[in-house]
Every structure is written in C-alpha cells, then in structure tokens.
Design a protein around this ligand. Structure first.
Ligand SMILES: [Zn+2]
Length: 286
C-alpha cells in the first residue's frame, strides 16, 4: 500500500492547483524580509526557524519542483517515458484516460514504493495497542487475510483502502486519541461510551446509519468481521469506509458542536448524519 506516494500525490494536486498563489507568497516573503534574509535565502530555501521539518510553503514548493519524495518520479520516468508529462505539467496535459492529476501522480510514484517490513505483524502489533490486548485476542484472523484484502483493494478506489488502513492502524482522530481539551462521549449518543475508536467498532448507532445508507446487512457484528480480518468482503470494506467517513465528517462539522466544544444532542447528530448520505456514498463506491 503506497502510503507515502498517496500523500505525495495529494500534496502535488493541492500544490499544482495553488501554484500561482504559492509562487507569489514566496516572493512576498523574500521581499518582506529583504536584507534580513539568512544565507539560506540565497539558495531559495525558506528559513525553518530551527524546526526539524521544512515549512509548509517550502514543502509545497519542493513538491512543485519534484523534490523531496517527488524526486522518485525521475527513475520511474526512465523506466516508463510515458510518465514524462509531469516534467512540464501543467503546460503538458494529463495522460489519456487519466482520472485526474492526483491519480496520475499516484500511478507514477506507487511503482517506487514497497513495504519492506512484515506488514502482517506490523498491523497486528498496532491493532493490539488500538483495541487493547483482550479485544485483540478475540479476533479470529482468516488465513491469508492480508493478501486477500489487497486483492480486494485492487478492484476498488484508493480512498476505501485508506479507510481500512486508518482503521486497522488506529488512525481515527477521536478526541481521546488526539488528547483534546474537551474529551467527548460517543458523538452518536451512546450512554456512558467514550469518543474512542474501540467503541465505534461496536457503536450500534454508527453501524446502523452506515447499513441504512448503503442498504447493506451484516452477518456478524464481531470486530474481526467489521475490520475485514476474519472474512474479507467488499461490502464489509464499504461499511467500514462509510463509518470512517461519517465519523470524521461529523467531527469536522462545527455545526455539530456547542460553543463550549461539547457535541450537540444525539437527535441533531443523527439527523445531520442522515443528511450526509449523498455526500459520502460516492466516496466509497467503485
Ligand atoms: Zn456509540
């Protein structure tokens, strides 16, 4: 699963869409600091203030200049010259049949990225932490579950595979995981349940909303099935993707929260969730 390539492709799409603004912003920056620019300014590098990572603006400029992770396009172009459109984009056009700049960049970069760790054990180690040892022990892993799910992903869009990875990687941005100042309860209104990933895997309201939106049934409510580890099935992947998308939509929507940061009452949240069906469903279809 080419995660770095996926992130770089998203970054490139954004940088390319804002390129004139980013170039102007950089010029404004250097003209503002004038003679006070440190020597690194002569190399056209924006000072990073002693931080370990480059500034966001620098990172976006590097992306446009095909530096950083994007420099991996060069060996890929040598392997397949058809990728050379990116050297002069946006003057050049996207390849024939392209779905957009992001997917075209991803198809170039993904050829250079391989996971050299034992991914099966890496996922299991992370799950043990996300779910807790007791819940983890209860998961029955299907034989060859990883090759099977990768095979399923070869026929779906990359958004769905990222939803799955963020779930098995414990990557939901719940208030508890993010150590926010207001620690929320279950945003869907379950009594005495906290805003944490391990609850949402069994949250009856969230999964009911997902099933209604996709018009799908579940044959098992077990966590192993919901995470597509006990039995890989495209509809389970879709349900998980829907739950992921719905939860994060709500968390990003200011209208779902009171001024003091607490979540609004469950009736409002559930009717808000129902209004999101048309926005979310296209994301997780093929
Ligand atoms: Zn709940």
């Amino acid at each position: 699963m080419p995660i770095l390539s996926y992130c770089s492709a998203i970054r490139y799409r954004f940088a390319a869409s804002e390129a004139p603004y980013l170039i102007q912003l950089r010029e404004d920056f250097f003209s503002f600091i004038g003679d006070n620019s440190p020597l690194v300014g002569t190399a056209n590098i924006i000072p990073h203030g002693g931080m370990l990572s480059p500034s966001i603006l620098q990172c976006l400029h590097d992306t446009l200049c095909l530096k950083g992770f994007m420099q991996n396009v060069h060996p890929q172009i040598r392997i397949n010259p058809a990728h050379s459109w990116i050297l002069s984009y946006p003057v050049s056009s996207l390849p024939v049949g392209s779905k957009g700049v992001q997917s075209s960049v991803l198809s170039i970069l993904s050829g250079c990225e391989k996971c050299d760790r034992d991914l099966v054990n890496a996922v299991k180690d992370k799950l043990k932490i996300s779910l807790g040892a007791d819940t983890f022990r209860g998961i029955r892993f299907q034989e060859d579950w990883l090759p099977k799910i990768l095979q399923t992903f070869s026929n779906t869009n990359s958004y769905l595979s990222m939803c799955w990875l963020k779930a098995v990687g414990g990557g939901w941005t719940t208030s508890i995981r993010m150590h926010e100042s207001v620690l929320l309860p279950c945003v869907f209104g379950c009594l005495d349940c906290r805003d944490e990933f391990r609850h949402y895997l069994v949250c009856p309201i969230l999964w009911q909303l997902a099933k209604e939106a996709l018009n799908l049934m579940e044959t098992s409510f077990e966590i192993g099935h919901r995470l597509c580890l006990s039995e890989v099935n495209i509809n389970r992947v879709r349900l998980l993707g829907y739950c992921h998308s719905l939860y994060h939509y709500i968390r990003r929507s200011p209208e779902c929260f009171e001024a003091n940061g607490n979540v609004r009452d469950s009736r409002f949240i559930q009717s808000f969730a129902a209004s999101l069906v048309r926005a979310i469903r296209p994301l997780i279809s093929d």
